[in-house]
Design a protein around this ligand. Structure first.
Ligand code: AMP
Ligand code: GLY
Length: 414
C-alpha cells in the first residue's frame, strides 16, 4: 500500500515511523515532511504547494491512504477534496473539523449532547462580552473562537484581565479567529489528553497521555505547543469508565446523530475537576508531543488498525506494558524569540530511546534547527523513572547550541 502523510513536525515523524513498520505499507510519501521523516519516507516535490496540487499528486501516484497531521489542512478541507476524487483519507471533513476550528461550535455541540464542560457565553461584540464579564460570579477564561495556533486563550485571574483579553481579541490580536469570542468559567484540576480513533460509530481509544504546556519547570512561564508528554496516565478504571460513558461515547454518537460522518482522530482535552471530568476542548487530529510519546507504546500495526476502522471491523490495540516519556528539545527563548539555523548532532540511541524531528531542515547536508521546538526525544521504561532516565540521557547527548528543555517532565503526575 502507498501512504501519504501530511505535516512536518514531531507528530508526523512519529506517525510515519510507526506506519513504516507495517508490512502492508510499501511506500510512504511526506508533504512537506522534515529530514527525520525523509529517512523513512519519500518527499513530495516542493513544487506541490497547494492542497489541490497534492490531491492531483495522490491521484497520479495511486495513494491508498492519506493521513493528515495538522489541523490547518483539515480546516482547509483536505478530506473533502480528496474524498470527492475517491481518495481515502484518515482525517475529518471541514464541517467536522469545526469541532476544533470553532470553539463556539464545539461548546454548542457539547451542550446539545450533555457532555460535561465549563459554563460559557458566546460573544459577537465587545459590549456583550464586557456585560457578561461584569456580571460573572466566577473566574474566567477568554478564547478566540477560531484557530489561533493554541495562542488565543487567556486564563484570567481578575475581571480587569478578562476585559483586557476581550479588548485584544476584538481589537484584532488574532485577526478573523477573534471576531467571535467564547468566555468560559475557569476550571481547576489536572489536564489529560484523550485520543480516540473514530470512523462513524466505531472507535478505538489510545492510552491516556499528559502534555506539559508551559515553557519552564514547575509549569511556569508562557504556554507553548507542548514541552513534553507522558503516557499512559493511570487515572483508575472508575474514572476511565466515567470518561468513556459521559464524554467519549456521547461525543462519537453525537457526531453521528448530527449527520457528521467523522473519520479521523478525536482528541479530547480534559480537565479532571473536583466536580468530575470536563472537556476543555476538542481537536480533530493527534496531539503534539503526545503522539511522539504514544507511538512507541503501540505494538499493533497502526496501518492495520486504521484500515480496520475504515472497513467497519472490530479493532483491538496491543500495547507495550511500558511507560513513555517525551521531552522536547527546544531553542532557547522559545516560545518568544529564538535562534534558527543551529546545527544539530544526534546521539547513538539504545532500543528504548527514540528521536523524532520537530523543527529541523537540511542545510548543505547538515541537520539544522528551523523551529522553536526542534526535537522530540522519547524514552521508554518499565516504569516512569526508567522512561525518564532513557529520555533525559538521550536529551543530554544531543549537541545543539542554545539547547533548552524542561527538566521536570513527568515529575508531577495525576
Ligand atoms: P484550549 O485551547 O481551549 O485547550 O485552551 C488552552 C489551555 O487553556 C488549556 O490546555 C488549559 O490549560 C487552559 N484552559 C482552557 N479552558 C479552560 C477552562 N475553562 N478553565 C481553566 N483552564 C482552561
Ligand atoms: N499537545 C496539544 C496539542 O497538540 O494541541
Amino acid at each position: 500500500m502507498r501512504v501519504l502523510v501530511t505535516g512536518q513536525g514531531g507528530r508526523e515523524h512519529a506517525l510515519t515511523w510507526k506506519l513504516a513498520q507495517s508490512p502492508y505499507v510499501k511506500e510512504i510519501y511526506a508533504w512537506p515532511g522534515n529530514p527525520g521523516i525523509f529517512e523513512i519516507a519519500k518527499p513530495v516535490s516542493k513544487e506541490i504547494d497547494t492542497l489541490l496540487a497534492l490531491k492531483e499528486f495522490a491521484w497520479k501516484e495511486k495513494i491508498d491512504l492519506t493521513i493528515v497531521g495538522p489541523e490547518k489542512h483539515l480546516a482547509a478541507g483536505i478530506a473533502d477534496l480528496f474524498q470527492a476524487e475517491g481518495l481515502q483519507v484518515f482525517g475529518p471533513s471541514k464541517n467536522a473539523a469545526r469541532l476544533e476550528s470553532s470553539k463556539a461550535f464545539a461548546k454548542a455541540f457539547m451542550v446539545r449532547h450533555q457532555i460535561p464542560t465549563a459554563k460559557y457565553f458566546e460573544a459577537d461584540t465587545e459590549d456583550s462580552a464586557c456585560s457578561y464579564i461584569q456580571e460573572a460570579k466566577y473566574q474566567l477564561v477568554i478564547k478566540a473562537d477560531g484557530l489561533a495556533q493554541g495562542k488565543g486563550v487567556y486564563v484570567t485571574d481578575s475581571k480587569q484581565e478578562a476585559f483586557l483579553a476581550v479588548q485584544q481579541l476584538f481589537g484584532g490580536a488574532f485577526g478573523e479567529a477573534g471576531r467571535k469570542v467564547v468566555i468560559e468559567e475557569r476550571l481547576t484540576g489536572p489536564e489529560i489528553s484523550v485520543f480516540v480513533l473514530v470512523h462513524q460509530q466505531n472507535y478505538c481509544l489510545l492510552p491516556i497521555a499528559m502534555d506539559h504546556k508551559r515553557a519552564y519547570d514547575n509549569d511556569l512561564g508562557p504556554n507553548t505547543g507542548g514541552m513534553g508528554a507522558i503516557a499512559p496516565i493511570n487515572i483508575g478504571s472508575e474514572l476511565e469508565v466515567e470518561i468513556e460513558e459521559k464524554i467519549i461515547r456521547p461525543s462519537v454518537l453525537g457526531l453521528s446523530a448530527e449527520g457528521i460522518d467523522f473519520c479521523g482522530v478525536l482528541f479530547i482535552g480534559l480537565m479532571l475537576t473536583p466536580n468530575g471530568p470536563k472537556v476543555l476542548e476538542y481537536n480533530v487530529r493527534m496531539g503534539d508531543p503526545e503522539t511522539q510519546a504514544l507511538m512507541p507504546l503501540i505494538d499493533s500495526d497502526l496501518y492495520q488498525v486504521i484500515t480496520a476502522l475504515l472497513d467497519h471491523k472490530p479493532i483491538s490495540l496491543d500495547l507495550k506494558k511500558m511507560v513513555s516519556c517525551c521531552v522536547i528539545v527546544a531553542a532557547k527563548g522559545y516560545p518568544d524569540k529564538f535562534q534558527r539555523g543551529m546545527s544539530i548532532t544526534l546521539p547513538a540511541l539504545n532500543r528504548d530511546q527514540f528521536i523524532f524531528h520537530s523543527g529541523t531542515e537540511l542545510k548543505g547536508g547538515q541537520v539544522v534547527s528551523v523551529g522553536g521546538r526542534v526535537l522530540s526525544v522519547v524514552g521508554l521504561g518499565s516504569n516512569l523513572t526508567t522512561a525518564k532516565q532513557n529520555a533525559y540521557q538521550a536529551v543530554e547527548k544531543v549537541i545543539m547550541p542554545d539547547k533548552f528543555y524542561r527538566r521536570d517532565i513527568g515529575d508531577n503526575m495525576v
